[in-house]
Ligand binder design. Structure first.
Ligand code: MG
Length: 211
């Protein structure tokens, strides 16, 4: 199987790993009654969860929550990247949804078990195409035309540079890795028939139908 994402120039990039930071916005940590971490922590989504299509099917009898996130595409291998050098390792910025089976995740959390399977079902790592410029305007998720989540990268607890530097200090980052950089508050369930739009400023950059 081929797991690729697209850049704005229509180049296909093969994806290696999908890393996600947890609790990176104060208001989101609070809405899940979670403590704000003192250092970044990460989990992974499976490669087959990658979804660049415009469709998502909810697994049977499950409640799936949206988590809107800025997603970083890594352009070259790197270890122990200093905070001041991380821009050299970014090929592109996109928006994505870290779709989550919240009930299952809460069960796993309660039993102090890894979250992997509550985050890795088919199609659960939604990503837009990737562009060279930073997403510095407010980014947002609309469901059926109304805004459900809105955030700005300047509200992050750990900046994108701090995330790349920290992660590359713990393991080698590879060309084609993706990093989901955390969700602002407003997470909630999606339903069959919902139309989702991901964008920033005045622009929609990805749309998705739940069916
Ligand atoms: Mg997330």
């Amino acid at each position: 199987m081929n797991f690729t994402v697209k850049t704005k120039q229509n180049t296909l990039i093969s994806i290696r790993n999908i890393y996600c930071i947890g609790r990176n916005y104060h208001a989101h940590a609070a809405e899940l009654n979670s403590k704000v971490p003192k250092q970044p922590f990460f989990f992974q989504k499976s490669l087959p969860s990658l979804n660049t299509s415009n469709k998502f099917t909810i697994p049977k009898d499950r409640e799936i929550h949206h988590e809107l996130e800025v997603v970083i595409l890594i352009q070259k291998n790197g270890e122990e990247i200093p905070v001041t050098k991380t821009d050299d390792y970014i090929l592109g910025y996109g928006l994505g949804l870290d779709l989550t089976d919240r009930e299952y995740q809460n069960e796993l959390k309660r039993d102090q078990l890894p979250w992997l399977l509550s985050k890795s079902f088919q199609g659960s790592a939604i990503v837009s195409c990737f562009q060279g410029e930073k997403i510095s305007e407010d980014f947002w998720l609309k469901i059926n035309g109304s805004i459900r989540q809105k955030g700005n990268i300047n509200q992050m607890i750990f900046s994108i540079s701090e995330q790349i530097s920290f992660l590359s200090g713990m393991l080698p980052l590879l060309e084609g890795d993706l990093i989901f950089t955390g969700t602002p508050s407003g997470v909630g369930p999606i339903q069959n028939g919902d139309e989702l739009e991901l964008g920033y400023g005045e622009r929609t950059i990805h749309s998705l139908m739940v069916k």
